[in-house]
Design a protein around this ligand. Structure first.
Ligand SMILES: [Zn+2]
Ligand SMILES: [Zn+2]
Length: 619
């Protein structure tokens, strides 16, 4: 028997019943947190209640001190997989318990931070369910529960209730309703809950839109099509994807040609880790990333015994692999021996299709067969991309599985006024900042593409509405030609007309003196206030004029025009050139850069050229 943690002489005080108000902050709404509290409270023998409110989850619990301590310890240890506890605050309650048991009570009305959480990969319980031939969700591609399934990709408005998601049109059957209403069930208040009787359906159709009615199980039949060398369009959780057999040279080359993607590597999906190990080597951190609830594409060294088609990742020694993230993907790949190419359903740099009709129109000339379903995708969410660098996971693209989970900012940001940061031109994401948290959007892409630009405008408005965010400051890049900057100014103008008056302040990303010179007098004052610095990421004086992170200053001279909009690439290369300090032959690099309109001098002191010292301060 486990020894009691308190000495005998203190036990009587510890056993005395008392009450506590327990405030839980973090990602605790819409993730099965209240049922977990309910289950643990019942296990521990506590009485009281739990509810959602505007600050997270609020618990009133009565029991002896030892039991309350054990309850809190278990709350941390058994936190639901999609939840994140940022803080627990406890206060003693003078009142006696007014309930004989522990209950989940209705949410408190008001401005609730309703916790729009990221989409999560299928959990182990749901995976077992779709593989169980006696279960009612056997091979059902839309199986989910409070621990897994779609979230950001289906929510249309807050609060996060079924009526505000793309599941609104699917009325719950009696069996699903019972699960939804039972606090002891893992589907208690799981908004996307569904089954073959009441939920979305999948089907196959040919490129001409004709339904392939005699297909039987669509995932199984599609797997056979892919085995035979077909290219398929698959409606995934956050939009359409294109797939083909990754070991079929002809199919991969055809996909590359039709998608108009010359060399950028294709992502791969495999049914399990054993299959991945046939093609790649992995470390512990990489395996953890692949099997995490976010389930990103992970860049791995292609050091396995077998090889995929050369056109999958020409000229690089790595492969980007992911494991199945949804039941639909699991059912598709489980009968497929090798890896499949699984890339976004688009042409070149356009945004991924999310709508059935749009997919038929835009992907009809690429895919020979379509795996469709009738659950709408509320917003496009690309697969995330990660890589382990020096033993630590690094996100190269933060999207499905990560966005829009808020990042907790350091102390000092709590009282900062709400900010909307518009982001850059290439690989854009935007960011909402308030209450000491930063909500970074899902990956948007390169704004110079007209469809991506339209998607960016739509997504920015969508996030402002979804998170009820009213920015007092709109942060834009200094570059005068960045489309994100232009939209930021438009939003500021529109807000002024509507009575609000967000100031349009500049935040340093990678601007230059000449950019500052292009700004008007008001903008120059603004730039001065934000302590304009070269090569340093800063948040301006309105919040804290302090560097968050920085890169070594590198001076460069570029020609005008569109070349200047690619400074992200140039600056990265410039960092490498200067880091070489003349010790490495990089003439070819300089030639290439000069041809592209860039002139840098490897080995020259950054300080001398830029006029800024190594700390970013003006000399
Ligand atoms: Zn699940
Ligand atoms: Zn049902």
């Amino acid at each position: 028997m486990r020894p009691h943690p308190l000495p005998a002489k203190h036990r009587s005080a510890a056993m005395r019943p008392g009450g506590e108000e327990i405030r839980v902050r973090g990602l605790v709404q819409g993730v099965g947190f209240r049922p977990t509290v309910w289950r643990l409270a019942h296990d521990c023998g506590l009485v009281g209640d739990v509810r959602n409110d505007s600050d997270g989850v609020l618990i009133h619990a009565w029991g002896d001190v030892w039991t309350l301590e054990r309850f809190i310890t278990r709350l941390y240890a058994e936190c639901p997989p999609l939840a994140r506890i940022d803080a627990i605050e406890r206060h003693a309650l003078a009142a006696l318990a007014d309930a004989a048991d522990f209950r989940i009570v209705a949410s408190v009305a008001g401005h609730a931070q309703t916790g729009v959480v990221p989409d999560a990969v299928m959990c182990a319980s749901c995976a077992a369910e779709i593989a169980d031939s006696s279960a009612r969700r056997y091979r059902y591609p839309f199986t989910n529960c409070t621990y897994c399934g779609p979230r950001l990709s289906i929510v249309r408005a807050i609060p996060y209730d079924r009526a505000n998601t793309t599941m609104a049109g699917f009325a719950l059957c009696d069996a699903c309703r019972d699960e939804y209403d039972d606090p002891a069930d893992r589907r208690f208040h799981a908004q996307p809950v569904a089954c073959p009787v009441c939920g979305p359906r999948a089907w196959l159709e040919a490129a001409d839109g004709i339904r392939i009615d005699d297909a039987g199980d669509p995932c199984r039949v599609l797997s056979q099509y892919l085995q035979d060398g077909a290219i398929a369009a698959i409606k995934g959780i956050g939009g359409f994807q294109l797939a083909c057999d990754a070991c079929n040279d002809a199919a991969v080359e055809r996909l590359r040609k039709l998608k108009r993607r010359e060399r950028k590597p294709f992502a791969l999906i495999a049914r399990d880790m054993d299959t991945i190990h046939r093609y790649c080597t992995t470390g512990e951190a990489e395996r953890a990333l692949l099997q995490s609830a976010a389930g990103p594409i992970v860049i791995l060294d292609a050091g396995g015994a077998e090889r995929v088609a050369a056109a999958v990742a020409p000229g690089v020694g790595t492969l980007g692999f992911m494991l199945p993230s949804t039941p639909l993907h699991q059912l598709l790949v489980e009968s497929f021996d090798g890896p499949l190419v699984l890339t976004s359903g688009n042409t070149s740099d356009e945004p991924q299709c999310i709508d059935n009709a749009d997919a038929r129109a835009r992907l009809g000339r690429i895919a020979e067969v379509f795996l469709m379903h009738d659950r709408d995708v509320a917003r496009r969410v690309d697969d995330s991309v990660a890589r382990v660098v020096l033993g630590r996971p690094r996100l190269l693209r933060r999207s499905r599985g990560y966005a829009p989970a808020p990042l907790v900012l350091p102390a000092g940001f709590t009282d900062a006024q709400p900010v909307l940061a518009m982001g850059g031109e290439l690989k854009n994401t935007f960011c909402l900042l308030r209450n000491g948290q930063a909500i970074v959007s899902h990956h948007i892409g390169d704004l110079e593409d007209a469809l991506t630009y339209a998607d960016y405008r739509r997504s920015a408005a969508d996030y402002l509405r979804l998170f009820e965010h009213e920015p007092q400051t709109i942060a834009v890049d200094l570059h005068p030609e960045y489309l994100s900057r232009k939209i930021g100014y438009d939003l500021a103008q529109a807000s002024r007309r509507s009575g609000a008056a967000p100031s349009c302040a500049h935040r340093r990303v990678h601007g230059r003196e000449r950019d500052r010179a292009r700004c008007g007098a008001r903008d120059r004052r603004c730039a001065r206030r934000t302590r304009f610095r070269r090569g340093r990421y800063v948040v301006g004086r309105r919040i804290h004029a302090d560097g968050l992170s920085r890169i070594r200053p590198v001076g460069c001279a570029q020609s005008g025009g569109d070349a200047r909009r690619c400074t992200g690439y140039f600056r990265t290369v410039a960092q490498h050139v200067c880091a070489s300090d003349g010790g490495v032959r990089l003439e070819w690099l300089c030639d290439a850069l000069c041809r592209a309109g860039f002139a840098g001098v490897p080995g020259e002191s950054a300080e001398r050229r830029t006029g800024f010292d190594d700390r970013g301060a003006r000399q």
